[in-house]
Write a protein that binds this ligand. Structure first.
Ligand code: FES
Ligand code: FES
Length: 885
């Protein structure tokens, strides 16, 4: 042990520490300063742990405390409080730079160190200063804006008061800061790993080293004798079904006699410390009998392939979609293109890794199992845990959550921590490493799409034929729903009169696919929008004009046969045209040398309000005239808290500061369905309006103007609103015809790129999104979603790929950074939608969907290299160029 004196946030303290103690642990564990976060496995890759030491921004996870004698350390807690925030914290809140907020404390500390030495940095200096700080939500543009605004505050050029929207002014269409922004900016928002549990046990999991094998035996005896170990549990200790079941119950919490995927959980070890738990988990002996490993859906569909799940065929779901007569239409088409496309397995890559804490509240038979995890559908996951563990009295709570992008539609660490808390009757922390979190969480499904698209002599689309296979991975999770989503939105923005599609979902021994921003449409849209460009070229038509003349029109039907009465897509084509013409001119002026410039577009019409969707919200008038909204709405960064607060205040007339939210507790909220599919504004916002209308009706009937008068009139103070979509029912199993989403958000994206034809490297210069999301409730939140989606879309197009067992950290994942950031332009058309709350629809996933084809089409425009298989790595581009020669 060594003694080190440090001044932390102005207070001098002495610490007696082991020589390898790092500053991050000292801050978080010894001092409880949990505003400093950890994302990467202390590899210095994420910057979430950034603090200031002796005036410099440092990553605290790689700083040994013993080397910091007499150092002055400032953490986020030393900067400001919500009551008295630092100007940088104000700037981040007012710029819309905070979404999930997990990166925010580190970003703010890096900003502080920069502005202390240079109060007027340019973009290059900002990017350099923040180059080690990762963000998955914002695409970095608003963070750069925040640094610039902070520098203006600091230089005295303006003030927060001059920038801040009037909270008593209009509520809708105004960028009111998010309700949680300031506590995130001050490091006071508690994420899962920040929750203080008295005397918890740490959990670690023994995971399968095989991709597919029979488990012959599990020997826990050596692990049980390891220091600090309190116990080890296996599937035999679970009293319920032991099944995680989102759609079908094919995934054991702990493996029984077989493993289907590398990383399957086999045993849980709980110990006094995390290190002791991990050491003991490594001592659990598992004897395997290897089985053939099916690494692709093609292998899994081959004759004689081993069946992965005894009671479910490898081809676990199949759905055709037939409209008109595609064969005849192709035969009569003037031009037809065809190609095979594929998309990669990808990770959603939220900055906060998986984490859950669980504990028993109360004693004996009345004890309630409390699970605090990052679910975006707390009621479904709670009922799933009840069944899986055979224990009825369960409460699910959600803390602040560091992004998720669909990942948390699935359960993972929750089941482990909950099973251990129930079995051992102790408070459990299960905080896996990033490496483990990447291994076990769900991924974006890979698609293989054999595609044909035809047009007549006037350039009108005649038919589409896509035969596609989806790699489900080892477990269903929501695979069937992802396929349905891809079919509901298959024809995108266009009127395609004849459709012949077959979608097949196939079990393999690959990682389980799950929800991932867009979930289904990004994969199919990559193929369709690539084919659209190929077809435009073949018939000699400008790609933008080709898309515009093929727009669906009100009264026409999409590929499911669903007829739409509003479709403001042609207007979007017109809105982006000036930018497109400018970009085309710049491309024409720059075609020389080895650096080739290109422009490409992609479009989509993203569905909101699926058939049979439903949600419920309660509102309660409070004695002080305020209103509490009870609604199970996760907000891992989209801005759902803002949406509820602004709609609530606007519709009720109650000031925003008196709108209270109870959103993340199964005991206190009604079910609302998942905070996924971009559905929360539409479904929760819609339900909220209905609930407030009930409240207003009761108040009017009672002639009441206050809570007391309402009570006195014998009226209730709590009201429910429930929005249901107009149509329900699945697609016809033979034809794929039936209802689709009842509203759509429209977008057209334009990517401008430079391709180095020698190295195959691509630099994205700018992405422009023209979008019609209906009525905009909060411009900052809409633009923030668009920016984040574009950034993720470019990563999907060019770099990101999850390789099972090999992608172990943010570097191998190729996480986007300040260095890969590009210019982003946004054009917003606001066409209020008939069925949307206040005319709004939703925005969360849209820009992810058509970014990849826009980038791929731009690469082709630049150099004639067409990439059919994502991601478009330099090697693939060079190979495509070589083929062209
Ligand atoms: S936790 Fe320190 S850089 Fe990631
Ligand atoms: S706001 Fe940066 S990671 Fe979410």
């Amino acid at each position: 042990m060594e003694k080190v004196v440090l001044k932390v946030n102005g207070r001098s303290r002495q610490f007696i520490v082991e020589p390898d103690r790092v500053l991050l642990d000292l801050l978080r564990e010894d001092l409880g300063l949990t505003g400093t976060k950890q994302s990467c496995d202390r590899k210095g890759q994420c910057g979430a742990c950034t603090v200031i030491v002796n005036g410099k921004a440092v990553r605290s996870c790689v700083q040994k405390v013993k080397n910091l004698a007499n150092a002055e350390v400032i953490t986020i807690e030393g900067l400001g409080t919500p009551e008295n925030p630092h100007l940088i914290q104000e700037a981040y809140c007012l710029s819309g730079a905070i979404q999930c907020g997990f990166c925010t404390p580190g970003m703010i500390m890096a900003t502080k160190a920069l502005l202390d030495r240079n109060p007027n940095p340019d973009d290059g200096e900002i990017k350099k200063a923040l180059e080690h700080n990762l963000c998955r939500c914002t695409g970095y543009a608003r963070i750069i804006d925040a640094v610039k605004l902070a520098s203006r505050f600091i230089r005295g050029e303006t003030t927060p008061a001059a920038i801040r929207p009037d909270p008593h002014g209009p509520k809708i269409g105004v960028s009111h800061p998010r309700p949680s922004a300031m506590i995130k900016a001050c490091g006071m928002a508690e994420f899962g790993a920040d929750i203080h549990l008295q005397d918890p046990l740490e959990a670690a999991v023994t995971r399968s080293a095989e991709h597919h094998a029979r488990v012959k035996s599990v020997d826990t005896s050596a692990a049980e004798k390891m220091p600090g170990v309190v116990g080890v549990m296996t599937s035999k200790d679970i009293k319920g079904t032991n099944r995680i079941k989102i759609m079908v119950g094919d995934q054991p919490i702990l493996a029984e006699n077989k493993v289907q995927c590398l990383g399957d959980a086999i045993a849980i070890v709980v110990a006094r410390t995390k290190k002791e738990a991990l050491d003991a988990a490594a001592k659990v002996k598992v004897e395997y009998e290897p089985l053939p490993v099916l690494r692709s859906p093609q292998e899994a569909l081959a004759d004689g392939a081993v069946q992965i799940h005894a009671d479910l065929p490898n081809l676990c779901f199949s759905q055709p979609q037939i409209k008109g007569d595609a064969a005849k239409a192709f035969a009569q088409s003037s031009a037809v293109v065809e190609a095979d496309f594929s998309t990669q397995c990808n990770h959603q890559a939220p900055l906060e890794p998986e984490v859950t804490v669980a504990y028993m509240e109360g004693e004996g038979e009345d004890a309630q199992l409390v699970v605090v995890g990052r679910s975006i559908e707390i009621h479904l996951h709670m009922s799933n845990l009840q069944e899986a563990l055979g224990y009825e009295n369960v409460r699910y709570e959600e803390p602040y959550s560091g992004g998720q992008f669909g990942q948390k539609a699935a359960m993972n660490t929750e089941a482990i921590a909950a099973a251990a808390a129930l079995h051992f009757g102790r408070a459990i922390r299960y905080i896996p490493s990033l490496e483990e979190s990447l291994l076990v969480s769900t991924k974006r499904h890979p698609f293989y799409l054999k595609t044909r698209l035809g047009a007549d002599k006037n350039g009108k689309l005649t038919a589409v034929d896509i035969d596609y296979i989806v790699d489900n991975g080892a477990y269903m999770v929501i695979g069937g729903y992802v396929v349905m989503r891809s079919l509901w939105m298959l024809s995108g923005s266009y009127n395609i009169p004849n459709v012949n599609v077959l979608a097949r979902l196939v079990y393999t021994n690959n990682p389980a696919g799950g929800a991932a921003r867009g979930a289904g449409p990004p994969q199919v849209t990559f193929a369709l929008e690539s084919a659209m460009d190929m077809l435009a070229e073949k018939i000699g038509m400008d790609p933008l004009e080709f898309r515009r003349i093929n727009s669906l029109l009100p009264g026409q039907s999409v590929s499911t046969g669903h007829v739409y009465d509003e479709w403001p897509f042609p207007e979007l084509c017109d809105s982006i045209r000036p930018n497109y013409e400018r970009a085309k001119k710049e491309v024409a002026a720059s075609k020389s040398g080895t650096i080739k410039r290109g422009v490409g577009i992609g479009t989509h019409a993203f569905g909101i309000g699926g058939p049979g969707d439903e949600g419920r919200v309660f509102v309660e008038l409070d004695p002080d005239g305020g209103m509490t909204i009870f609604c199970a709405v996760a907000d891992p960064g989209e801005g759902n808290d803002s949406m509820l607060t602004q709609i609530g205040s606007h519709v009720s007339g109650i000031p925003m500061e008196k709108i209270r939210l109870v959103t993340r507790d199964t005991d206190r909220t009604p079910g609302m369905g998942p905070a996924a599919a971009s559905r929360m504004t539409y479904m929760a916002g819609g339900s909220l309006i209905l609930a407030i209308e009930e409240m207003k009706k009761a108040t009017k009937e009672a002639g009441a103007t206050s809570y007391e008068e309402l009570k006195k009139a014998g009226k209730p103070t709590r009201f429910m609103g429930s929005k249901k979509t107009e149509k329900e029912g699945p697609l016809d199993p033979k034809t794929g015809q039936g209802p689709s989403f009842e509203s759509r958000i429209h977008a057209i994206q334009m990517a401008e790129v430079e391709v180095n034809t020698e190295t195959g490297e691509v630099r994205v210069i700018r992405v422009t999104t023209a979008v019609d999301p209906g009525k905009v409730l909060n411009p900052n939140n809409v633009v923030g979603q668009l920016h984040g989606g574009m950034d993720q879309g470019v990563g999907y197009a060019l770099r990101e790929e999850y390789i099972h067992g090999k992608t172990k950290d943010w570097n191998t994942f190729k996480f986007p950074t300040m260095k890969t950031a590009f210019d982003m332009d946004v054009i917003i058309n606001e066409t209020p939608r008939k069925r949307g709350p206040l005319g709004a629809v939703g925005i969360g996933e849209m820009t992810m969907v058509c970014t990849a084809p826009a980038v791929i089409n731009a690469i082709y425009d630049a150099c004639g290299a067409r990439v059919y298989h994502l991601p478009a790595t330099p090697e693939k581009i060079k190979a495509a160029l070589a083929q062209k020669k």
